[in-house]
Design a protein around this ligand. Structure first.
Ligand SMILES: Nc1ncnc2c1ncn2[C@@H]1O[C@H](COP(=O)(O)OP(=O)(O)OP(=O)(O)O)[C@@H](O)[C@H]1O
Ligand SMILES: [Mg+2]
Length: 167
């Protein structure tokens, strides 16, 4: 399933993340791709807000991976693979510990780099700049892509949530 949404502001993008959090559960993996500064971190901070995480989510570029506790049985993991040069390096960052632990929600920036390495269904989100006649510099195109029954179902629910809020 594929959903395409135009965002006109960072607040809108963050809110989309918050809405998406309603269809995300522990054990889920969301891979983010797209241009530098496209809004990946902004979107992910919206998801975190949806789980009541108050921490100011910064891009973990230097740490590669940040772990937050949602409650006693759920974790929120934010990874950034910008600096990852080859999949061989993945073993060193401990991402595997979270991908399959069934208690973590794992959001990965530049996640397309390890797509083929992940042995579980995932949702893909791509954010790119949209330059058109409107000339709005904060315009972004956000594409949601699922290719599993599990995520198709969740995206369908997400679509309903968007329709209800008039988007
Ligand atoms: N519609 C929009 N959606 C998201 N961010 C936007 C939008 N319009 C403007 N921005 C701005 O663009 C920047 C996006 O930064 P952000 O760190 O979220 O992107 P990123 O994709 O994570 O970047 P990087 O590739 O460096 O990790 C922020 O400064 C944000 O305020
Ligand atoms: Mg980022």
């Amino acid at each position: 399933m594929r959903i395409e949404i135009i965002s006109n502001s960072s607040i809108f993008t963050k809110n989309l993340g918050k809405k998406l959090s309603r269809v995300i559960s522990k054990g889920d993996i969301v891979l983010f791709s797209g241009e530098l500064g496209g809004g990946k971190t902004t979107f992910i901070s919206g998801i975190a807000e949806g789980f009541d995480l108050k921490e100011n989510l910064s891009s973990p570029s230097f740490t590669i991976l940040n772990e937050y506790s949602i409650d006693n049985w759920r974790k929120f993991v934010h990874a950034d693979l910008y600096r990852l040069e080859n999949t061989g390096e993945i073993n060193g960052i401990g991402l595997d510990d979270y991908l399959y632990d069934d208690i973590s929600i794992v959001c990965i920036e530049w996640g397309d780099k390890i797509k083929d390495y992940i042995e579980k269904e995932y949702l893909e989100i791509n954010l790119s700049y949209l330059i058109d006649k409107s000339n709005i510099p904060t315009k972004r195109k956000i594409i949601f892509n699922s290719s599993s029954q599990y995520w198709d179902l969740r995206l369908a629910r997400f679509k309903k949530i968007l329709e209800k809020s008039g988007e």
